[in-house]
Design a protein around this ligand. Structure first.
Ligand code: BG6
Length: 491
C-alpha cells in the first residue's frame, strides 16, 4: 500500500520511547521512501521548547539510536522540516488548541486530506483522559481518517482493561485503535506464519500427532534498570506473558486463516486464546512458576539482587521470571505442552521458539553408540534471526553411526532487519491492523492471567529465587522434567 498524506500527533515526544525507537524508526522509513511527500509530525510535551530545539532533539535521537544514519545536511533538512512541537497540558481540553492550530495549518496549506494519527507514548493512566480530550477539542472530528496508537500495558487486569477500552471507544472504534505489541513487529515473528503456511512440508506434521512439545523462551540480561516504579507493580507475568509470550503462542498455534486479511487472521488468533486452558488459582501452583533474581554475575560482572535495586521494595514479592506449562485444548494441539519462560538477568538476551518433534520408534538406529536426539525446528526471533532444522544423519565414514546435523537459514546475517517500530508505524499509516492486538486478544489474555496473578498476590504458591546469570530457578526445570522434557539450550 502507498502511504497517503497524514499528520501524526505524538504525545510523549520528549520521552524515552520516542527518543530510542520512534524517531529512529520514522527516519528509517523516510530514508527508505516509505513516507509520503506530505506529512507532518507534531510532537507534544509538557515542557516548553521551540520547533528548533525539538528538531535538535530528534537529530540527537537518530544519531544515537538510528539504524540508518543521516547522510548529509540536505537529507536532514528535507526530513526534519516536517517536524513541529506543541506544548500542552494533556489533562486539560483547552490545552489542545496549539496542537489543533498546527494540524489545521498544515492541512490547509497543502490542501491535504485531514488524516490524523494520534500516538500516545504516555503513561497508560493518561490513555482515557487524552482520548476523551481529543474528542472534546474537536481534533477527532475530521473528514479524513483518524487512528489511535497505544502502547501496553492495557490495564492491569481484565476489569481495568475493559473499563479503559470502553472509555477509548467513546472516541475511536475498534478499527481505529492500534494496540502495539512490538513483538508482532519483529521480522521473525511475522515470518512464523509465512513459514507455516507457505511450505507444504510443515502443515501435515504441525499437530499433536507429530509434535512432542513447544518451548518459547524470551530471556534478557538486563535487570529492572530504572523502571522499578512500573515494574515492581507489574511483574513479568503482566510485563511479558500477558502480551509478547501469548502473541508468539498464537502465531505458532493458529489455524490457517481463510484469507490473508486482518479480520480472518485476528479470528484465528482469538480462537487460540479461547482454547488456551485457563488455570484456577489452585492449578496455577502446578503449572506456573514465578521467580525473582538474587545477586550473581552477568558477563563476568557482579550484579545486585532484585530487592536491592533502586526503588524496589526490599521485601518485594514481584516476579522477574515466569515459566509455565500451557495447553491449547483443541483438536490440533490437545496433549501438547507449550512451555514458556521469560526472565530478567538471565545469561543471554535471546528469544527463541523450539518445536520438538516426536521421536522415531526405537528400532533401527538406537543402540549403545547412538543416543538419537529428536528433530527440532528452532525459530530464532532475536538477536539472531533465522530458522534452524536439527536432523539426524550418518556420521561420515562410520558404520551406521548417527549424528545430529543442522540446516540453517539466517535472516539478518547479510543485511540488518528493520526494527519492529518501523513496520508497525508504517502499518498504522497505511491502515493495516494485522500486526496489532485486537481487543478480544487483550481481554482473553487477561482472563488467562488474572487467576494466576491473584494466586501469586495472595502468596498461595511460593516465590522461587534464581541466581542472576542463571537460566532460572530449579522449579522451572522440574516443571519440564515431570513430562520427561528439558529446556533446550540456545542454538
Ligand atoms: C517490553 C517490556 O515490553 O519488552 C520490557 O516492558 C522488556 O520489560 C522488553 O525488556 C523486551 O523487548 P525486546 O524487544 O528487547 O525483546
Amino acid at each position: 500500500a502507498m502511504a497517503k498524506p497524514f499528520t501524526m500527533v505524538l504525545f510523549g515526544a520528549t520521552g524515552d520511547l520516542a527518543k530510542r525507537k520512534l524517531f529512529p524508526a520514522l527516519f528509517s522509513l523516510y530514508k527508505n521512501k516509505f513516507l509520503p511527500e506530505h506529512f507532518r509530525l507534531i510532537g507534544v510535551g509538557r515542557s516548553t521548547r521551540d520547533h528548533e530545539a525539538f528538531r535538535q532533539s530528534v537529530r540527537e535521537s537518530i544519531d544515537s539510536f538510528g539504524r540508518l544514519k543521516v547522510a548529509d545536511e540536505n537529507e536532514w533538512q528535507q526530513f526534519i522540516q516536517h517536524f513541529y512541537y506543541a506544548v500542552a497540558d494533556v489533562t486539560n481540553p483547552e490545552g489542545y488548541k496549539g496542537i489543533k492550530d498546527l494540524v489545521e495549518e498544515y492541512e490547509n496549506k497543502y490542501q491535504v486530506p485531514p488524516n490524523r494519527l494520534f500516538y500516545l507514548s504516555l503513561a497508560p493512566d493518561l490513555f482515557a483522559t487524552v482520548s476523551t480530550n481529543l474528542r472534546l477539542s474537536g481534533l477527532t472530528e475530521t473528514g479524513g481518517w483518524k487512528r489511535l496508537i497505544i502502547e501496553k500495558p492495557i490495564g492491569h487486569d481484565y476489569d481495568s482493561a475493559k473499563k479503559l477500552n470502553e472509555q477509548i471507544k467513546q472516541t475511536f472504534t475498534e478499527q481505529e485503535i492500534y494496540r502495539i505489541d512490538h513483538y508482532l513487529g519483529k521480522e521473525m515473528v511475522q515470518n512464523i506464519e509465512v513459514m507455516r503456511f507457505a511450505n507444504s512440508l510443515f502443515e501435515p506434521i504441525w499437530n499433536n500427532h507429530y509434535i512432542e512439545s513447544v518451548q518459547i523462551t524470551a530471556s534478557e540480561t538486563v535487570g529492572v534498570e530504572d523502571r522499578a516504579s512500573y515494574y515492581d507493580h507489574a511483574g513479568a507475568l503482566r510485563d511479558m506473558v500477558q502480551n509478547h509470550m501469548l502473541q508468539m503462542l498464537m502465531m505458532v498455534c493458529m489455524e490457517p486463516p481463510s484469507r490473508l486479511k486482518t479480520e480472518a487472521i485476528h479470528d484465528e488468533k482469538i480462537k487460540v486464546l479461547r482454547s488456551l486452558r485457563r488455570y484456577t488459582e489452585e492449578e496455577a501452583g502446578k503449572y506456573m512458576i514465578r521467580g525473582q533474581y538474587v545477586d550473581g554475575e552477568i558477563n563476568g560482572k557482579p550484579v545486585p539482587a532484585y530487592r536491592n535495586e533502586k526503588n524496589v521494595d526490599p521485601g518485594s514479592m514481584t516476579e522477574t521470571f515466569v515459566a509455565g506449562k500451557l495447553f491449547v485444548d483443541n483438536l490440533r494441539w490437545a496433549g501438547v505442552p507449550f512451555y514458556i519462560r521469560t526472565g530478567k538477568r538471565m545469561p543471554e538476551k535471546m528469544t527463541q521458539i523450539i518445536i520438538e518433534f516426536k521421536e522415531m520408534p526405537k528400532n533401527l538406529y538406537f543402540n549403545k553408540d547412538n543416543n538419537l536426539g529428536p528433530n527440532l525446528l528452532v525459530i530464532s526471533i532475536q538477536p539472531q534471526e533465522g530458522v534452524n532444522l536439527i536432523l539426524n544423519a550418518k556420521k561420515p565414514g562410520s558404520d551406521n553411526q548417527v549424528m545430529p546435523i543442522s540446516m540453517e537459514f539466517c535472516n539478518n546475517c547479510e543485511q540488518g532487519s528493520p526494527e519492529a517500530y518501523e513496520s508497525l508505524i508504517y502499518d498504522a499509516i497505511v491502515g493495516d491492523q494485522t500486526f496489532f492486538t485486537h481487543w478480544e486478544e487483550v481481554s482473553l489474555a487477561w482472563k488467562f492471567i488474572d487467576p494466576i496473578r491473584r494466586a501469586w498476590d495472595e502468596n498461595r504458591h511460593p516465590l522461587t529465587f534464581y541466581r542472576s546469570g542463571s537460566w532460572g530457578p530449579q522449579e522451572a526445570h522440574d516443571l519440564l522434567a515431570a513430562n520427561g522434557h528439558v529446556w533446550r539450550p540456545a542454538i
